[in-house]
Design a protein around this ligand. Structure first.
Ligand SMILES: Nc1ncnc2c1ncn2[C@@H]1O[C@H](COP(=O)(O)OP(=O)(O)O)[C@@H](O)[C@H]1O
Ligand SMILES: [Mg+2]
Length: 333
């Protein structure tokens, strides 16, 4: 059974200018222990899609439709009596079988509490560990994420750590209750390039050691290259292509995926001369295009792309892409 199954998720934000259609019918599955990358430019709906799943949408956000099944439970908001019940339930899930790592560790760490407290409280609240056992585990976790002299450093406050070390602490907190799913939203974006590579290496190492499934959200395809088993490419609030890492890197089908591949950054190589960003800007989600969201930036666009949504084509099992070029009626070059 899949660990997470999302079917046709639609999320809107109410604003004075109208509804922002941030997530426009997203579906995917995640198997236990699998690592899935969600990749797309800034504003493509990656974070809001995830927040819709884990119950962290802003006040003006509404999940209009869709189903979310996690670990055998239907956790779709529509199944709850009211928002309060839903929030209470999701808070428990997020402290226990789901964990999150965000871009800025300081939004998650409490500046006035020692690291020890922040590591131990979630364990005591969500598991049967005693305070002493939790303390020992906290030190082990800090060791695991590569914090030197953990016995001493556990008594310190967040400001006494560098950005990279803080992100390691967040990862330790995320691992504390052996979650079934870890969601990392741009976990390395705010860090220096070298630190970025180190934190990424740590996440790759943990993937091997732990039993958690991982969803890695990033604007940079390079970040998911080594880590992820499967990759979903998001554009304009939709998944436009999904497949294994090999499908995406060696057999991309969507012109947008091809464009992303041309602008991968390489932390081991500062030479960014060859990066070609995709020209143009993403669609306005207040008034999303009728047809393919990528049409205005696509070098291969045909007339049909403007007026009709591209159907999802299956290239092979597990590799899907929504592009008119794959339709059997398209003229093959
Ligand atoms: N609270 C909000 N109110 C209105 N629009 C929002 C809100 N939060 C996010 N959005 C919009 O939703 C869209 C998707 O955002 P997001 O999922 O955060 O993108 P990203 O792919 O960079 O994570 C963007 O157009 C963003 O401006
Ligand atoms: Mg985001």
């Amino acid at each position: 059974m899949a660990l997470l199954e999302v079917n046709n998720l639609v999320t809107k934000f109410k604003t004075d200018a109208g509804d922002v259609q941030a997530v426009r019918g997203v579906s995917f599955k995640l198997e236990p222990k699998e690592a899935l990358g969600i990749v797309g430019e800034s504003g493509s709906g990656k974070s809001q899609m995830m927040y819709s799943i884990i119950g962290l949408l802003a006040e003006n956000g509404v999940v209009e439709s869709g189903d979310v099944i996690f670990d055998g439970m239907d956790i779709s908001i529509k199944n709850f009596k009211n928002k309060r019940d839903y929030n209470d339930f999701m808070r428990k899930i997020r402290g226990n079988s789901m964990a999150m790592i965000f871009q800025d560790p300081m939004t998650f760490l409490n500046p006035v509490l020692k690291i020890e407290t922040q590591l131990i409280e979630p364990m005591i609240n969500h598991s049967s560990l005693s305070r002493e056992e939790a303390k020992r585990r906290a030190i082990d976790l800090l060791k695991l994420v590569g914090i030197p002299s953990p016995e001493k450093r556990i008594k310190q406050y967040p400001f006494e750590f560098s950005g990279g070390m803080r992100q390691r602490i967040i990862i330790a907190i995320a691992l504390a209750n052996n979650p079934k799913l870890i969601i990392a939203d741009e976990p390395t974006t705010a860090l220096d390039v070298t630190i970025q590579a180190q934190v990424l290496e740590l996440i790759e190492e943990l993937k091997e050691k732990s039993d958690s499934a991982i969803i890695m959200i990033t604007h940079d395809l390079g970040v998911v290259a080594k880590l992820c088993d499967r990759i979903a490419i998001m554009y304009g609030g939709k998944i436009v292509e999904i497949g294994t890492d090999k499908d995406i890197f060696y057999d991309p089908k969507h012109p947008y995926t091809e464009g992303l591949l041309k602008c991968i950054s390489n932390p081991e190589n500062d030479d960014e001369k060859d990066l070609t960003p995709i020209a143009g800007s993403p669609p306005d989600l207040l008034n999303p295009p009728k047809g393919c969201p990528f049409v205005d930036r696509c070098e291969k666009a045909m007339k049909v792309c403007k007026d009709y949504e591209p159907p999802v084509s299956t290239i092979k099992q597990g590799h899907q892409c929504a592009c008119w070029l794959l339709d059997e009626r398209a003229v093959k070059k």
